[in-house]
Design a protein around this ligand. Structure first.
Ligand code: AMP
Length: 462
């Protein structure tokens, strides 16, 4: 299937080609025809599957068919997109800018944590498309700055996350102000009962489309787990970052304090890292993300909420410093790497009290996550307290090379994986295993210039 086969108009196709997309992703193939027909859609897909284009391309085409000023003298908001976090909202706004570059449609993004004046100005000047987080939108609505009575299309993105974040009442209040005669699209990475209930309330005869999150994760992301106790995690992380060819690594912690602690620990160890979480100001978060995009620092430590909407293609490694207690969150997290058809590596540090979480994750993704051996003994003294022994039933020290510690963990974890994924990771891992132990590839300040740039991924591997 090609984009041309999806009945997209010429200005939209030109934008898609300019972005370097050659083949539509599965969610795009499934959703675009229905959205073009004006149907309501209930989409089960996580970020990283190309779902933004799945709704943005056909909506831009539909809205572009009527002139922006057909509704009197000023532009009116005809599309409202609700997203849970500022980062995701900003990312969706950017996508509308890119995909809509050949249309006369104007968009703006509003979210909290920043001065409202520029947002209010953009609203006054007139826009066709509004992307918003629920809290700030309600604020501005209450001040009489937003008029939703001309909305023709309503999109709820990452609906499950909005519910998790306690936005359900806000969403209901906002939806009540949108005309009932409209097209509604609801996207969610998971479909718990509350989402189905909300979908029943706000969608009319929706078409359900879904791409399996678990198989996405499994196909493009190499996963492995290290059994390591809490006290050993800082040392393990430092070791891992110093001994793998990292382009960009996203490290997940469960708490904001944890994120700060890990970033501080890495900085003290000479590894350039920064933390982002909800306690940081929006400007600090935006700056940190921009720096991370340019790989300086190449390590970002984040909580789940702060990382939502992070759209950076070349994250080579996702590290679950803490395992999440919700298995779906694991799938979200590892979806940060292996994006747009590229492959990535996800490693998890699992303490004994986190074993039940690991079980839940494996149940959700319907496969066991390969266990990596502990640190090669050449690099770590036998008595080093940092690393616990692998799980007895799952230990995989069968290869004598691994017993001697000469195989990089990433390489070891690749057995039984598709050849393309293996090849990519062998390239990554061989850098680690080829380095003499005394001269590790490092992401620290002192050695960061030795980082190997990853091959740029051609976006056609869907
Ligand atoms: P999303 O799930 O919308 O966050 O998209 C994830 C990433 O996939 C973004 O960086 C998009 O630019 C990229 N992407 C979306 N559609 C395609 C496509 N058809 N081909 C290649 N990359 C795509």
């Amino acid at each position: 299937m090609r984009f041309e086969d999806l009945r997209l108009s010429e200005p939209i196709l030109r934008a898609v080609v300019a972005e370097g997309y050659t083949i539509p992703t599965p969610i795009q193939v499934k959703a675009i025809p229905h959205v073009l027909e004006g149907r309501d859609v209930l989409g089960c897909a996580q970020t990283g599957t190309g779902k933004t284009a799945a709704f943005a391309l056909p909506i831009l085409q539909r809205l572009g068919q009527t002139h922006p000023r057909d509704h009197g003298n000023t532009r009116t908001i005809r599309l409202l997109v609700l997203a849970p976090t500022r980062e995701l909202a900003a990312q969706i706004g950017d996508s509308f800018g890119v995909y809509g570059r050949n249309t006369p449609l104007r968009h703006t993004v509003i979210f909290g944590g920043v001065n409202q004046n520029p947002q209010a100005r953009a609203l006054r000047e007139g826009i066709d498309i509004l992307v918003a987080t629920p809290g700030r939108l309600l604020d501005l609505m209450e001040q009489g700055l937003v008029d939703l009575q001309h909305v023709q299309v309503l999109v709820l993105d990452e609906a499950d996350r909005m519910l998790d974040m306690g936005f359900i009442r806000d969403i209901r209040r906002i939806v009540a102000k949108v005309p009932t005669k409209r097209q509604t699209l609801l996207f969610s990475a998971t479909m718990p009962a509350e989402i189905r209930e909300l979908a029943n309330e706000i969608l009319r005869k929706p078409v359900s489309v879904q791409v399996a999150a678990a198989s996405i994760a499994a196909d493009t992301v190499m996963q492995s787990v290290y059994f390591v106790e809490k006290t050993g995690k800082p040392g393990m992380l430092k070791y891992f970052l110093n001994n793998n060819a990292i382009t960009r690594a996203l490290v997940f912690t469960r708490t904001k304090h944890g994120a700060d602690r890990v970033a501080r620990h890495l900085s003290r160890a000479g590894i350039c890292a920064e933390a982002i979480h909800g306690n940081k100001s929006q400007n600090a978060r935006t700056r940190a993300m921009a720096r991370f995009k340019s790989s300086s620092p190449p390590v970002l430590v984040a909580t789940d909420i702060a990382a939502r909407g992070l759209d950076i293609d070349e994250i080579s490694h996702v590290i679950n410093y803490d395992l999440p207690n919700e298995p779906e969150t694991y799938v979200h997290r590892i979806g940060r790497t292996g994006r747009a058809g590229a492959s990535g590596l996800a490693v998890s540090f699992c303490g004994s009290e986190e074993r039940p979480y690991l079980k839940d994750i494996e149940r959700l993704i319907r496969r066991p996550i390969p266990v990596s051996p502990d640190k090669p003994k050449l690099a770590v003294p036998e008595t080093h307290p940092a690393v616990s022994q692998p799980h007895p039933q799952r230990a995989t020290h069968s290869n004598p090379q691994q017993r001697r510690g000469r195989v990089a963990p990433a390489q070891h974890a690749m057995r039984g994986t598709p050849p393309a994924v293996r090849e990519q990771h062998l390239q990554t891992a061989s850098v680690a295993s080829d380095q003499p132990q005394a001269r590790p590839v490092s992401v620290g300040h002192r050695t960061s210039r030795r980082l190997k740039p990853r091959r740029r991924v051609v976006r056609s591997g869907w």
